[in-house]
Design a binder for this molecule. Structure first.
Ligand code: G6P
Length: 607
């Protein structure tokens, strides 16, 4: 959470920093600020609200400094306010710091610094960092060393950038459990918490390892380990194009990303799956003997990524006959789960930076599991921890509400299940059919978009409602959960997902005249059961909308949204699309900021 940008080079830093922050707003958007070094002084400009507010700050456009740091905040400690916004300065205005993460022992550090004469002005945990640096600088007289000493005192997670008027031609960067990259171009260096922030300037990046320190000047860049031994780092060239992280004529990132799903799925399939060939995963070494030895598979993730796991559970169990459980990372990590070396643990995270998912992965490793991470971001933290990593290749996802990353995660998990089935020589007719159906998916996703106008109309009918219910059975229940999450998070309508068969055990009491119930039906075996459950709510006055790939004409539902038919195991990829669009258009009807819903951030790097 929170976004960080930094610049050191020949050009004016202000515009580059604000530009970068605008691209990072999905990480947090309650306040923002920049600090540049000008005439050996630190000039700091910050304010509450969106990044664009920075343009209104007096003098910000006239800054000429060519070194600077910047931050967009998602508040943890201290409410959103100008004073709590980053950058934070030490009590003597000599050091400026932006920080992403949480300093868990900030209270103790603060008390100690107060006893040493330091004054504090904010309610943030971050403010201890510049003051600690200031304290150690007195002794070290070297910015890198002072930052290193300060970091040794910090408990928690951080990615920080530091500038100082004592050493005005330098930026020092450090990270622990919070991402940071450094982009390199001719005589210029761009620091960012996420690649898209500076993708318009360079495609060549150093991805910082945990515990690394970096000292940047205009013409040098040096990397150090936590004991300040100089270390090597290699440049990675990022394939994402700049347009991949711009709106390309779409009104919002979310809409663009919804429509990018056919492409994202094609990229995820890539060369891994071809008809009449065995599924390929060059990046993992898992053999038949190992797969025969495991007793269970665990898929662990947060939010939408967890729902992707729930879809895939059906395929893993069906194709492999291996018990597969899916769990939320924030619960898993504190639950002492029953896992051991006979458990294969798979961790799914679009960003690869979700704190709970990373902690869950570390726990699984400690308990002896083999681990696979699934991520969309090259070199992200989770990929450094797992035994093996496979990438979704969905391209940058900017909107807070996940769409194309979700469907790509489902596809990748399906491919993985197929791959394991083939390694186990369980390549049944079912596997062959699923392979063919996955290859047809991108085209079917394109066909699904034909429902967009119908969905726009539906959004007009329901945007004023207070509650919406989503019901389904089996694999369709999984989709109801993802659909309800999408609607809640961007339209702020309360939405509940329920197993259609469970409705009678309580929630049906909430069904009254005019309430909207959206049913999903794609499982032929459960069709009649689901239809009966929908009839029960119609009888009680609900307006029912059915999303289905089946022909339901004989049931006379008033509103049916028809999607193309596909394999039951991957039907959630098609049934979710109208519901992604519904959430989007309802939020638009309510004139909400679709890409940046209130209180949320795209990457949850705190627990
Ligand atoms: C946040 C995002 C969700 C995402 C979840 C997990 O809540 O808003 O869209 O599904 O984090 O993120 P990850 O990057 O681990 O997939």
């Amino acid at each position: 959470m929170c976004g960080i940008v930094g610049y050191i080079g020949k050009n004016k830093a202000n515009q580059i920093l604000i530009n970068g922050l605008l691209k990072l707003e999905y990480r947090g958007y309650d306040s923002a600020g920049i600090a540049v070094i000008e005439d050996k002084n630190i000039i700091c400009k910050k304010d509450i609200g969106r990044v664009s507010n920075l343009y209104k700050l007096e003098g910000i456009n006239d800054l000429t400094g060519t070194i600077g740091i910047a931050h967009t905040r998602w508040a943890t400690h201290g409410k959103p306010s100008k004073i709590n916004a980053h950058p934070h300065l030490d009590a003597f205005n000599t050091f400026a710091v932006v920080h992403n993460g949480i300093i868990e022992n900030y209270n103790e550090l603060k008390e100690d610094l107060i006893s040493k004469g330091y004054k504090f002005y904010t309610q943030t945990d971050s403010e201890v960092i510049p003051n600690l640096i200031s304290y150690y600088y007195k002794e070290e007289k070297d910015l890198l060393k002072a930052v290193n000493r300060a970091c040794k005192d910090l408990k928690g997670s951080y990615a920080i950038e530091v500038i100082s008027k004592e050493e005005p031609d330098k930026i020092v960067v450090a990270r622990k459990d919070s991402p940071m990259v450094i982009g390199i171009a001719d005589d210029e260096k761009f620091i960012a918490s996420d690649i898209p922030a500076v993708l318009e300037y360079t495609k060549d990046f150093y991805l910082l390892a945990d515990g690394q320190f970096v000292e940047l000047t205009r013409d040098s860049i040096k990397f150090y380990d936590e004991n300040l031994n100089e270390v090597e780092n290699k440049i990675e060239t990022i394939e994402w194009s700049e347009t991949a992280s711009s709106k390309c004529g779409y009104e919002d990132y979310m809409l663009k990303e919804i429509y990018e799903q056919p492409k994202a799925i094609r990229e995820t399939i890539g060369s891994r799956l071809n008809e009449n060939e065995k599924c390929q995963f060059d990046d993992i070494e898992i053999d038949k003997e190992y797969l025969k030895s495991i007793t269970q598979i665990r898929i662990v993730a947060c939010g939408t990524a967890m729902y992707a796991g729930l879809v895939a559970k059906n395929t893993f169990e069906k194709l492999l006959s291996i018990n597969t459980e899916v769990e939320v990372a924030s619960e898993f990590r504190y639950r002492d789960p029953l896992i051991d070396q006979r458990t294969l643990a798979i961790f799914v995270s679009q960003s690869g930076e979700t704190a709970d998912t990373i902690a869950a992965l570390k726990l699984a490793k400690k308990k002896g599991c083999k681990t696979i991470s699934i991520s969309n971001v090259l070199g992200s933290s989770i990929t450094r921890e797992a035994d093996y990593t496979i990438y979704t290749h969905a391209g940058p996802e900017i909107a807070v509400a996940s769409t194309k990353a979700y469907t790509s995660q489902v596809v990748l998990l399906e491919l993985l299940a197929i791959y394991f089935a083939e390694v186990l020589e369980k390549d049944s007719e079912e596997v062959k059919t699923l392979k063919r159906d996955i290859l047809e998916l991108p085209k079917k996703v394109e066909d699904t978009f034909k429902v967009a106008d119908e969905i726009k109309e539906l959004a007009k009918q329901i945007y004023e409602q207070k509650d919406v219910f989503f019901i389904g059975r089996g694999i369709d229940y999984t989709t109801t959960r993802e659909a309800a999450l999408k609607l809640k998070e961007i339209s702020y309508i309360h939405a509940d997902a329920y197993q259609a068969g469970e409705l009678k055990h309580g929630p049906i009491a909430l069904i009254e005249n005019g309430i909207t119930v959206i049913g999903i039906i794609s499982d032929k075996k459960l069709l009649k059961k689901s239809v009966s459950n929908l009839q029960e709510v119609i009888t009680r006055g609900a307006n029912v909308v059915v999303v289905t790939d089946k022909n339901l004409s004989k049931y006379n539902f008033k509103k049916v949204i028809k999607v193309p038919e596909t394999n039951r195991l991957i039907s959630p990829i098609l049934t979710v699309i109208p519901l992604q669009l519904l959430a989007y258009y309802v939020a638009k009807e309510k004139k909400l900021d679709v890409d940046k819903p209130r209180n949320l951030a795209k990457s949850v790097t705190v627990e």
